[in-house]
Design a protein around this ligand. Structure first.
Ligand SMILES: Cc1cc2nc3c(=O)[nH]c(=O)nc-3n(C[C@H](O)[C@H](O)[C@H](O)COP(=O)(O)OP(=O)(O)OC[C@H]3O[C@@H](n4cnc5c(N)ncnc54)[C@H](O)[C@@H]3O)c2cc1C
Length: 601
């Protein structure tokens, strides 16, 4: 079987959103309420999007538990980002936070409550009051099911606003016209295997992360970086892809997440001597230091022989002192995960944990309106017709390390901001020029290459090899030699990706075809990560390279961070596999710049 041009159906909308997670649905809600004809595509039913897995909370300086304000939140986020976050975008996000959380509350989000009826907030890693002085409770939570509650709230609001969903549809490629403007996407209806062009005045990517490029991951199988792949293939660079967050507490051996909310509620990490070792590394914030820092300290304990278990290869997280009542009220899913994935009753015994890949700080470059930007002659220039929000985008508020609960916030703030900007620039039902005649040619060639290669390699064999390479060569501790080797291995994998074959070419619900197409996207994300990482010759946030480590007193590179040379964003270009750089935006919108200093806790 092969795909031909004359089988393709074209459909027209004002806006096409690819992705029905928190970010996509926050944007679509805005657009549908404004009367625009908006189509939202998703590989899965909207409420199964990965946002549903978010556990711990969404940050906003509501000050319900003690004194807090957006300036403290702004400072924590800049410091958490290890000064790679853009300070204008960070100010915008932190100022908007209370507003978007209250909006969600008014839509019906079932937040946990304090006795006085206000939203309950728990402590989280790197959240402080008075510019780092002491921990503060800023994470608004619905038990340990915050993402679940958020996604269902947004879905119901979208149903009420009559958003059109295309469920189990996979977008394949961007369509750009002769001027380079984005005018639609090609998409596959999974159930029938039919190919469509979906034409629109504006396309918004909300496709989530690419966490499945790593072997041990808290991410769902659908997190294959499709937006990144589509952008990269359409000539749009990917920003800061060397920065991947390892979450300190994945269940050892399973990778399933145990929220930072555990430590927020008082859980502690212990080594094989029963020592609460974080007191040594981070005397002020202890177990609630940011994630990159805690992950590294855990790795260090294991490397120095103080890991737990027969192979001394994990750390214990102890929760039993919180009491069964608190655990069941605040962390019910964690108790279930303990039983199901570690065979541990967390109300009685510690649970084995290891750092596990969790979040991509980089992504498709955007401005604070969600417009995708290209850096032309040193200036960020929006690409007409294309927006990106949520984990697939890089605005950049997370820089080199994201603070816990800032991602659910990022998708609310920038999902709404992108929606508002699109509304201001779109006329409902405006005439659209016909699509270019070659609109689907590239997608047709991708599909027909797969159909023809009946004896090619299995996509999953290649994906598994990729994950092993990434885990080994771009892990918590990196070295220049290992990253350079990783670059070679990933480049070699590209040739194998080109030889993937389909052993079954049936059309209806052919998941092998979907997985093969996803591997094209994983490939872009993996190569962007490996190349960007090997080029960055310093330590910053989640990027720790043993060769460049220094202690905090080093005169020019304290803790290995080299601001003189590397306080800049990486841009990886798929075509030509090359890198370029652009400066970090140090000037906030109204606040004083937070000047760089060594990051200690
Ligand atoms: C286990 C876990 C717990 C977390 N807990 C927290 C937390 O407590 N607080 C916090 O702030 N952050 C948390 N995070 C991070 C946060 O949940 C995510 O970053 C965020 O939810 C991502 O939302 P999104 O809208 O960008 O993408 P997603 O929710 O991942 O949605 C992506 C959407 O894109 C669709 N899609 C993808 N590719 C295609 C395609 N080609 N065609 C059509 N549709 C496509 C998918 O079907 C899906 O609908 C957690 C992450 C994990 C993994």
């Amino acid at each position: 079987m092969s795909y031909t041009k004359d089988q393709i159906t074209n459909r027209k909308f004002d806006v096409v959103i690819v992705g029905a997670g928190g970010s996509g649905m926050r944007a679509s809600l805005q657009l549908a309420r404004a009367g625009l004809n908006v189509a939202v595509l998703s590989k899965v039913f909207p409420t199964r999007s990965h946002t549903v897995a978010a556990q711990g909370g969404v940050s906003a300086s509501l000050g319900n538990m003690s004194d807090d304000n957006w300036e403290y939140h702004f400072y924590d986020t800049v410091k958490g980002s290890d000064w790679l976050g853009d300070q204008d975008a960070i100010e915008f996000m932190c100022r908007e936070a209370p507003k978007v959380v209250y909006e969600l509350e008014h839509m019906g989000m079932p937040f946990d409550r304090n006795p006085d009826g206000t939203i309950y907030q728990r402590p989280f890693g790197g959240h402080t009051a008075n510019f780092g002085e002491k921990p503060v409770q800023r994470a608004c939570a619905a038990a340990d099911r915050t993402g679940h509650a958020m996604l269902h709230t947004l879905y119901q609001a979208n149903v009420a606003a009559r958003t059109t969903f295309f469920v189990e549809w996979m977008a394949l490629d961007l369509i750009r016209n002769a001027e380079g403007d984005v005018v639609g996407v090609t998409a596959l209806e999974m159930e029938t295997g039919e190919l469509y062009t979906l034409q629109a005045q504006t396309v918004l990517f909300a496709t989530g992360g690419a966490g499945r490029i790593f072997q041990s991951s808290t991410n769902a199988f659908i997190n294959t970086g499709d937006g990144l792949g589509m952008a990269a293939r359409a000539g749009i660079p990917l920003q800061d892809m060397e920065f991947w967050q390892f979450h300190p507490t994945g269940v050892a051996g399973a990778g399933v997440l145990l929220t930072e909310g555990c430590r927020g509620e008082g859980a502690i990490l212990l080594n094989s001597n029963g020592e609460r070792f974080m007191e040594r590394y981070a005397p002020t914030l202890k177990d609630l230091a940011p994630r990159d820092f805690v992950s590294r300290c855990m790795g260090q304990e294991i490397l120095e022989g103080r890991g737990c278990g027969p192979n001394k290869d994990y750390i214990h997280m102890k929760l039993d002192h919180l009491g069964a009542d608190t655990i069941r009220k605040r962390l019910p899913s964690v108790e279930e995960i303990g039983h199901n994935f570690a065979n541990v009753d967390i109300t009685k015994e510690p649970i084995p944990v290891v750092p596990t890949i969790h979040y991509q700080m980089g992504g498709i470059p955007t401005n604070i309106n969600g417009q995708v930007v290209e850096n032309v002659n040193g200036e960020d220039k929006p690409i007409k017709g294309l927006y990106a929000v949520g984990e697939c985008s890089c605005v950049s508020v997370h820089g080199a390390n994201r603070l816990g609960t800032n991602s659910l916030l990022d998708l609310l703030v920038f999902g709404k901001a992108a929606g508002d900007h699109i509304i201001a620039n779109t006329k409902a039902g405006a005439a659209q020029e016909s699509l270019p005649v070659n609109a689907a040619d590239f997608t047709l060639s991708r599909l027909n290459r797969l159909e023809a290669a009946s004896s090619g390699e299995y996509a999953q064999d290649i994906a598994n090899d990729m994950r092993a390479i990434m885990q080994t060569h771009a892990g918590v501790f990196r070295s220049q030699e290992s990253m350079d080797e990783g670059v070679q291995k990933i480049a070699a994998l590209r040739d194998r990706v080109a030889n993937i074959g389909l052993h079954d070419t049936s059309k209806v619900f052919n998941t092998a075809r979907i997985e093969a197409l996803e591997v094209d996207n994983l490939m872009e994300a993996a190569q962007a990560t490996m190349e960007s990482a090997a080029a960055r010759k310093e330590c910053r946030g989640a990027h720790l390279v043993r060769d460049y480590e220094h202690d905090v007193t080093h005169p020019t590179c304290p803790l290995g961070r080299n601001d003189a040379e590397w306080m800049k964003h990486t841009l990886w270009h798929s075509e030509g596999n090359s890198l370029s750089y652009k400066p970090v935006r140090m000037k906030p919108l109204t606040a004083e710049t937070v000047p760089p200093k060594p990051r200690t806790f």
